[in-house]
Design a protein around this ligand. Sequence first.
Ligand code: AMP
Length: 369
Amino acid sequence: MFARGVGEETDIVTKEMYTFEDRDGSSLTLRPEATASVMRAYIEQRLDQRPGVQKLYYLGPMFRRERPQKGRYRQFFQIGAEAIGSESPSLDAEVIEMVVEFFRAIRLEGFQLLVNSVGCAKCRPAFIAKLREELAKAASSMCADCQRRAGTNPLRVLDCKVPEDQPIIEGLPSIVDHLCPECGAHFDAVRESLAERGIEFEVRTRLVRGLDYYMRTTFEVVHGALGAQNALVGGGRYDGLAESLGAKIHAPGIGFSIGEDRLVMSLEETRGGEFAARLQLFIVPLGAPASREAVGVARELRRRGVSVEIAPEGRLKRAMELANKLGAHYALILGEDEMASGRYTLKNMATGEQVGITRGELQERLGRG
Ligand code: AMP
């Protein structure tokens, strides 16, 4: 499935897949990515018979035998989504908008969206032939990988990162100048739809991506904090993937995959590690009856989505020190007076302000309900 879907001549399939024989002699492969698998599920489950565009997602580990370095691991995690069942360019923009909105929601800053079109089965072969022709002249002075790719997968030469090769690559023909009228119109419409949605992007004509199933729109999100492995998201349209997997149905779609490890790195870099959810309430019960009451208070608040911890021991000073170290927003003191009066003491840890509060008021104040 991966050889057919991702492509026989891609780095992923030729160099990076973990394939081994199982105890019963069958061949197993650790998944290097999930789009081909999602498409297989779509085909097998006949999701094409369902109404509308199918919108699917996955999260989980992927495996590629790459050279490990900062941001590049042999086991890494991806968060991906696919929208299958339409060729409409506005679906491309909608899927890209979801990525951008997700980043906005988690307050990731400093990322950049790059888009391109790699054409279709009609216009790409002519472009590849042209590229091959140019590379026949230039490849001998390029890196070993480019020399090999010039013969096997010339599009990938455009992706080469070796500095000495860059002047040669700059002079190679550009795919967007060789799109057929349909692909050209599709790409124009994607860009218009992105602009209408107020999404900033840059066209990067060398963005071809490493997987053969891409057709028309490809995109990437890069982040400055990541260093050499700066791609945070890879995505694109794969209108011929179902056919490559041997299906009789046409299932055009577009999707993306976010590198979760790199996402965490980018957040740490831009927010100095301060992105973990903070503890909202630290309860300090003094004495056995108060400890029992604290358990019930904690349960009520946790059911409302509030994060709560209970101090492990009943000494006020030590407990308040711990509340500080844990970064709690509030501390709740259940001492003898509080138990007798039914009003707990709620302390705002940042300002030091203290108020008396009943169990019911506490839920209203902290519970998101
Ligand atoms: P791809 O499936 O190659 O399009 O990659 C999509 C995203 O997954 C990339 O933009 C990276 O963020 C992430 N990714 C790919 N390979 C690795 C790896 N070896 N280690 C960590 N993250 C990776």
